[in-house]
Design a protein. Structure first.
Lengths: 215, 332
């Protein structure tokens, strides 16, 4: 698999939504350790709405799938995660010329733009205990896969491993943003809930590619 | 936790519906978004939009009215409203003279209100923003812009509403509102946690015989955990922390708010008020006005906060400006 079509992108995003909706409790728990415990509620509700929008019609443009997903999350979720996770899909797909399929290179570009937008809005760097801890290594990995011309499935697998590693690393950080900020050293040992979500999203995309390959 | 709710997914909408229905005709609820707007908006004035996460009622919902907010928008429990919801409130409140946003300084609120402001600008509506950062416990003075907004929201909203009602332009309304924010400080003490509707676990854990000074309205950790103490000792501690931070000096004049977090009895609030006034008097601080009640809550969380607004002649004038909202009205 060297590219994904609009129909496949939709299938992948619906699968991502399924996984996040099922992980609601896990995400709340991750947030409760060092925050207010509602991260899973917002994420599950947002991706549930996103899934509805994606199922409501057919898509011929891959970017339309991602921008519809992201815009729906921004419009319906609220909270910091509404903007951040909405922008994850929306920042790199809005106003793009329609494409019936995209390769790893375009996919990588999309997340590179997302990272830039999220950092511009939130001013977070790696090590601040935010979603950036997992997103930054994921983007680096995707860029590398694109440069090495790796197939989609392998690029997604490596992107997930990079995001997962970044999420694990976030355990060692003291938070600089959000409601966890005031915890100081007490936050050490727990991953950032946003990084947990991002790692789950990356895993779902990779698992989806695995299933397509074998299915 | 037992709660008088229906489907947890509908709590915010049903709260708004109850509020609007109760105040027959005074306010209207927008379709599909959790926004209430005053039914009658005086022309020629800057609009005031306030909002934030739900679950802190009467904040923000019930601080709408004459000399208060023109529109209120709320997100889910403890979550900022999405930009589209804020934009709907902005459009409803705008009368061609721009809109002031007043909200608590949280990452989620900042992101969503900023995006709404960009969208409003594209629609030709000018906005200005004042973020409330009164919570002394949430960051040291050198990082005051990292501080959260809690019960002190009330004072900043009161002054903003008065400035809008007085017919000032957007820049002037923002200047006065910022001044109110710069002179507002809050410190709280938490006794026991609240719970989010539909979630069984409380937002934090605190042993029965312990308190936490400075805990946030969502259970964010505070500055000190310690054994339970008599009300007077705790109130003295809170006043001391606020006075050192402002800093207050003998002869200053303040308004005092003793705010309950949700399940604190009025009896306790008045006992705290008694000591707060006594202590301020000892420090030579003049009290211009004092209020006790539930202003910014966190579900059934127990505990209280003390907020002080330091006045000068300008802020006193806007504080005195006649105002009415379901949650607060000026004395006749």
């Amino acid at each position: 698999m060297d590219s994904i079509s609009a129909a496949q992108a939709r299938e992948m995003m619906v699968y991502v939504a399924d996984v996040i909706v099922e992980s609601k409790e896990l995400l709340c728990e991750a947030d409760r350790n060092i925050g207010d415990g509602d991260h899973g509620i917002g994420m599950a509700a947002g991706l549930d709405r996103c899934r509805e929008e994606l199922r409501a019609r057919e898509f011929t443009d891959v970017y339309d799938v991602f921008s519809t997903s992201g815009r729906t999350m921004i419009r319906t979720m609220g909270g910091a995660s509404g903007i951040i996770f909405g922008m994850l899909f929306y920042a790199g797909s809005r106003n793009m010329p329609p494409q019936s399929e995209i390769g790893v290179s375009e996919f990588s570009c999309m997340f590179e733009k997302a990272l830039a937008e999220i950092q511009a809005k939130g001013h977070a760097e790696v090590g601040d205990k935010t979603v950036v801890d997992a997103l930054h290594p994921m983007v680096v990995s995707l860029r590398h896969s694109s440069e090495s011309a790796l197939p989609f499935k392998e690029a997604l697998r490596r992107a997930y491993l990079a995001a997962e590693e970044g999420k694990e690393a976030s355990k060692h950080y003291v938070a600089k943003f959000g409601k966890t900020k005031t915890l100081g050293e007490r936050a050490i040992g727990f991953p950032d809930a946003g990084a947990v979500s991002l790692s789950l999203i990356a895993k779902a995309m990779s698992d989806w590619a695995e299933m397509v390959q074998h299915g | 936790m037992k709660k008088l709710i229906n489907d947890p997914r509908n709590v915010v909408r049903q709260t708004f519906e109850g509020f609007v229905a109760m105040h027959k005709g005074l306010f209207r609820l927008l379709d599909e978004v959790n926004v209430v707007v005053k039914s009658r908006l005086d022309p020629g004035k800057v609009g005031l939009v306030i909002g934030g996460g739900s679950g802190h009622e009467p904040m923000f919902l019930e601080f709408i009215g004459e000399g208060f907010a023109d529109a209120v928008c709320q997100g889910n429990i403890f979550a900022a409203p999405p930009p589209d919801v804020i934009l709907a409130a902005t459009k409803a409140a705008d009368r061609g003279h721009g809109v002031l946003y007043v909200y608590g300084n949280y990452a989620g609120d900042n992101l969503n209100f900023d995006m709404a402001a960009e969208m409003a600008e594209m629609d030709g509506i000018r906005t200005a923003t004042v973020r409330v950062m009164d919570d002394v416990a949430s960051a040291p003075p050198e990082r005051a812009t990292d501080r959260r907004g809690i019960a002190g929201d009330f004072y900043v909203i009161k002054i903003a509403g008065a400035a809008c009602d007085a017919g000032l332009d957007l820049d002037e309304v923002r200047r006065i509102t910022e001044k109110a924010g710069n002179n507002t400080r809050t410190m709280g003490v938490a006794l026991s946690p609240g719970t989010i509707p539909g979630i069984s676990k409380p937002t934090f854990e605190l042993p029965d015989d312990e308190i936490e000074i400075g805990m946030g309205l969502h259970g964010e950790p505070g500055v000190r955990r310690g054994p339970m103490e008599p009300a007077d000792a705790l109130v003295d501690n809170l006043i001391e922390l606020i006075a050192a931070d402002l800093p207050l000096k003998s002869g200053d004049e303040v308004c005092v708010l003793v705010n309950g977090f949700g399940s604190t009895t009025r009896m306790e609030l008045l006992i705290c008020m008694r000591r707060a006034l006594e202590r301020l008097d000892q420090l030579g601080i003049k009290v211009y006005d004092a209020q006790a009640g539930d202003y910014a809550t966190c579900q059934e969380m127990a505990g209280a906060s003390i907020s002080l607004l330091r006045l000068d002649s300008e802020l006193r004038r806007y504080y005195d400006h006649p105002a009415w909202s379901p949650a607060f009205s000026t004395r006749r």
